[in-house]
Write a protein that binds this ligand. Structure first.
Ligand SMILES: [Zn+2]
Length: 265
């Protein structure tokens, strides 16, 4: 049995929603809560011959991935699914709608000769979910891996240690390509994931060394590491420094006092 994978680009943040069609079909993510975007997804579904949509799989809670879920579910009859840890946040994000089913790590979904596997992928958010297409060996990653830029590990929503563990876990899959939630398809997944791990570990070492040299505050580290970032990127940069410091703290390498000053331990 063959399947088709249709990437559908929506919105102005380069979001990519995927329609995977075999005997039955799924959407992976749902774009924003914007009628025009959902209409575009529905048009692609109609163009594909209105296959039975079993599930609308939400990779994580952010509005650009879940906003259209309810309208898409109403139009296609698909069930809204996500990882257990993300359920509450998603239900908050798509006010009034409910998640129909939560999926286990390693759980399989048979689309009629084509098998998808749910892969829990904590890091960007704690309930992030990837989907592995066994037959094509494609991994759909939401924001866990982006095409063209590193993702953000969001303090309070995600965790840097878990993110690194997730990347190491994804290396154990025999992947032909990564289909991210933003940006282009990644055709050399192994090298890409290894580079992401290296990049994070280098940044962690750099931050630890700077703390040892006396850079005690997040703002001070920010100016040293990202002196030229524009305002939007500064927000992300700051979150990354904080996420690394939280990891260094939980690894017992640094400590933080009541004024938010970091020192080596
Ligand atoms: Zn996100």
């Amino acid at each position: 049995m063959s399947s088709t994978i249709t990437p559908i680009e929506v919105g102005d943040q380069g979001n990519v929603v995927y329609l995977v069609v075999a005997q039955r079909a799924v959407f992976i993510d749902s774009g924003h809560d914007v009628d025009g975007e959902v209409d575009l997804l529905i048009r692609e579904w109609i163009k594909a011959g209105r296959p039975e949509i079993t599930e609308i799989i939400l990779t994580h809670r952010h509005h650009d991935h879940v906003g259209g879920a309810e309208k898409l579910a109403d139009a296609t009859g698909g069930l809204i699914v996500c990882a257990p840890l993300e359920k509450c946040s998603i239900e908050e994000a798509i006010r009034g709608a409910s998640v129909d089913r939560v999926v286990k790590d390693g759980e399989l979904l048979d689309l009629g000769g084509v098998t998808l596997e749910y892969v829990h992928a904590p890091g960007h958010t704690m309930g992030s979910l990837c989907v592995f297409h066994h037959d094509e060996r494609v991994l759909f990653t939401g924001d866990t891996i982006l095409g063209g830029s590193p993702t953000t590990v969001i303090p309070g929503q995600g965790d840097m240690s878990d993110y690194l563990d997730t990347l190491r876990k994804l290396l154990t899959f025999d992947l032909s390509m990564v289909a991210p939630g933003h940006g282009p398809i990644i055709v050399d997944p192994r090298r890409n994931i290894e580079t992401l791990i290296e990049h994070r570990l280098k940044r962690e070492t750099q931050i630890f060394e700077l703390v040892c040299e006396g850079f005690v505050s997040i703002d001070g580290l920010m100016l040293k590491i990202y002196p030229r970032l524009d305002t939007n990127l500064r927000r992300n940069g700051k979150m990354q420094i904080e996420a690394h410091l939280l990891k260094l703290e939980s690894d017992g390498k640094v400590e933080v006092n009541e004024d938010g000053r970091y020192t080596p331990k």
